[in-house]
Ligand binder design. Structure first.
Ligand code: NAP
Length: 337
């Protein structure tokens, strides 16, 4: 049983904590917070040991009547690996501490690839991260692109990808982010950083992306145009995506024609927090014209990359050499299709 610490128990951290707890070969030894707020209270109620990530704030937790197990310094020694789920930029700074402690660390997509040195996606480069000390799980958008592009590349080869990403303005709980009434090219420069990010795990993919922010919190939405190496039929793409783990085909004709309806489907699945770990591809959007494949997909930004953190733990701690076995084990424990 491997011991895992979660540094940062926010949108991603609390999901990774639950995902790790669902596995039978690893356990959460502690989670950290900087503030004694409702998430800290709930972490304790769920049975997680709570550590304070900024030691000077211990008093705040005591005043709030929250039972802490210590500061983050006392957590490090109990761990085989730490999953850093702090806000972007903080993880890279924390890496220096993990290095000093000789502790392996997994980072999230808000960190820059160069700051960590290695990026990870379960389907794309599991073997390259096997035994590594530090790796970054690529962002929610990049995970979404890799999940569908990799099986298509394996099927018929990809010459070139162009993608337009319609990004959610904020997560549902973020009250201070927008836009609330605008469409914002973001980043305003073309290409966006998403294409280069894909290449940190699918090294040879020729991909160019551009992105917009829109006033929605539910999901990101991607529009892909993919020049193919060899001729295939639409049905072969449909079969391939249908048989790809962590990808789901959605049909607008069955009432799933929008991100709102896709998330209603996710709520009906009855999973914790209404998470949709799978990338939802609209079946009707899949089309091929003049050797170019078109499709549209939706990404639940809060949860899609969470199972990848579990696989990254298995790869980095050399618990499972075969990516498919880790993916299947993670999926089974998390009830992922
Ligand atoms: P979040 O909801 O803001 O949670 C961040 C967590 O880190 C909170 O528990 C916070 O604790 C803690 N924290 C804040 N400052 C800290 C510090 N100085 N030291 C230690 N812990 C600190 O952020 P998130 O959305 O989960 O994002 C985490 C990472 O995942 C980022 O790299 C982000 O880019 C990436 N990511 C996010 C999404 C998404 O849609 N949200 C998707 C994919 C990847 P307190 O609340 O107690 O301050």
């Amino acid at each position: 049983m491997k011991s895992v610490g979660i540094n940062g128990y926010g949108t991603i951290g609390k999901r990774v904590a639950d995902a790790v707890s669902a596995q039978d070969d690893m356990e959460v030894v502690g989670v950290t917070k900087t503030k004694p707020d409702f998430e800290a209270e709930l972490a304790l109620k769920k049975g997680f040991d709570l550590y304070v990530s900024i030691p000077e704030r211990v008093k705040l937790f005591e005043e709030a009547g929250l039972e802490i197990s210590g500061t983050i310094d006392e957590l490090y020694d109990k761990l085989d690996i730490i999953v850093d789920c702090t806000p972007e930029g903080i993880g890279a700074k924390n890496k220096e501490m993990y290095e000093k402690k000789g502790l392996k660390g997994i980072f999230q997509g808000g960190e820059k690839h160069d700051a960590i040195g290695l990026s990870f996606n379960s389907f794309s480069n599991y073997g390259d991260v096997y035994g590594a000390d530090y790796a970054r799980v690529v962002s929610c958008n990049t995970t979404g692109l890799c999940r569908t592009l990799k099986p298509i590349d394996d099927l018929c080869g990809i010459k070139k990808v162009r993608a337009v990403m319609v990004r959610r303005g904020a997560d549902p709980a973020q009250v201070k982010k927008g836009p609330i009434n605008s469409i914002v090219p973001n980043p305003p420069t073309v290409p966006s950083h998403h294409g280069p990010d894909v290449k940190t795990v699918l090294y040879d993919m020729d991909i160019t992306t551009m992105a917009l922010l829109v006033p929605t919190t539910l999901m990101h939405q991607h529009n892909l145009m993919v020049e193919l190496e060899s001729e295939v039929e639409v049905d072969e793409i449909i079969d391939t995506l249908n048989n790809t783990s962590r990808v789901m085909l959605m049909e607008a004709s069955k009432g799933l024609g929008s991100t709102a309806e896709v998330m209603e489907f996710a709520r009906d699945l009855g999973r914790s927090r209404n998470d949709l770990f799978e990338i939802a591809v609209w079946k009707e959007s899949i089309n091929i014209a003049d050797g170019e494949l078109y499709y549209m997909q939706a990404v639940h930004q809060e949860s899609d990359a969470v199972p990848e953190s579990v696989d990254a733990i298995r790869a980095m701690l050399e618990m499972e050499e075969d990516p498919q076995k880790s993916i299947q084990k993670t999926n089974k424990a998390m009830n992922i299709f």
